[in-house]
Design a protein around this ligand. Structure first.
Ligand code: HSE
Length: 310
């Protein structure tokens, strides 16, 4: 006998948002992970199918979705087995929070299956277990927006103190995803372990500026604050045509352009859809001259986080 199937969606996201390494992130619409779950009689977790991405682990103890789900099932002492269909519309290694949407979808799906023993906020540690498997570090800058939607500020990863902040209604996001893969683990290692105090002072000034800019709809301040002294100088070298794309999009009117998460996706903030269209054209002009395959996205920030769809 099998139980009813439940299907959920957890959105992709863009983390760091320039100066907010490991602490800022926002959700995107449409892209993300769909996970379908149902009880089985084996007493084990079983991955029945994975579509939309190649090479992901099919062993439940190695897969981010099932590892997050397992953490929740263990916490409630659930002994029944659960089967999973995993459908991805965001590629691993894209910079669009694929491991986080996978982890959030896994935890959210089994919580629904069990009749919601945990609140949304209480799902954070379970999704964090999945994220940690993918990136070797516990950080919630992609997990939080995938779970809650909107724009998240992680005041403390250790304390799982996550806040949601407001952002301008007319803020658009344009992104270009050159089809090369950058592993978060590798991108984290290249940052080193320390930062000069002079750079840290610039960084936290911009962090404060960016939060104020978003919550007070100050686009000028937002542009001035989108400066990253930590990750961009090193990681941008891994991204084909990064400097050209940044220059071209700023010249086309983008408020700011930076790396999505650990890359290779590049994103820009724009004021209004007309500006977003111009910035999209600028990306296409730069990458059109290359031999690279590039996917483009344009949207507003997604106000919705993980949700049940069936
Ligand atoms: N904050 C993370 C990083 C995002 O930049 O490494 C990618 O998981």
């Amino acid at each position: 006998m099998t139980s009813n199937k439940i299907k959920v969606f957890a959105p992709a996201s863009i983390a760091n948002v320039s100066c907010g390494f490991d602490i800022f992130g926002f959700a995107l619409p449409d892209l993300g992970d769909y996970v379908e779950v149902w009880f089985n009689e084996s007493g084990k977790l079983v991955i029945e199918s994975i579509t939309g991405a190649d090479g992901l682990p099919t062993k439940p103890e190695l897969n981010v979705t099932t590892v997050a789900a397992q953490a929740l099932l263990e916490a409630v002492g659930e002994k029944r087995g659960v089967s999973f269909n995993i459908q991805k519309t965001v590629k691993p290694g894209s910079g669009l929070g694929s491991s986080s949407s996978a982890a959030v979808a896994g935890a959210f799906a089994v919580n629904e299956l069990l009749g919601n023993p945990f609140t949304l906020r209480e799902l954070l540690p379970f999704a964090g277990v999945g994220e940690q498997l993918a990136s070797n570090q516990l950080h919630f800058d992609n997990v939080a927006p995938s779970l809650f939607g909107g724009f998240s500020v992680v005041r403390s990863n250790e304390e799982m103190d996550v806040l949601s902040i407001s952002y301008p209604k007319d803020l658009w996001v344009v992104a270009a995803h050159p089809q090369v893969e950058i592993k978060t683990k590798q991108a984290k290692r290249m940052l080193g372990r320390t930062m000069p105090i002079s750079n840290a002072v610039i960084q936290w000034g911009n962090v404060a500026g960016l939060v104020l800019a978003l919550t007070s709809n100050d686009y000028d301040l937002l542009g001035r604050s989108m400066v990253d002294m930590l990750a961009e100088p090193k990681r941008s070298k891994l991204i084909p045509h990064y400097d050209k794309a940044k220059d071209a999009t700023l010249a086309a009117g983008a408020i700011g352009t930076n790396i999505a998460g650990s890359g290779p996706t590049i994103f820009s903030f724009c004021k209004g859809e007309a500006s977003a269209n111009k910035v999209m054209s600028a990306y296409k002009k730069v990458y059109g001259l290359s031999n690279l395959e590039v996917n483009y996205y344009k949207s507003k920030i997604n106000p919705e986080g993980a949700k049940r769809i069936k």
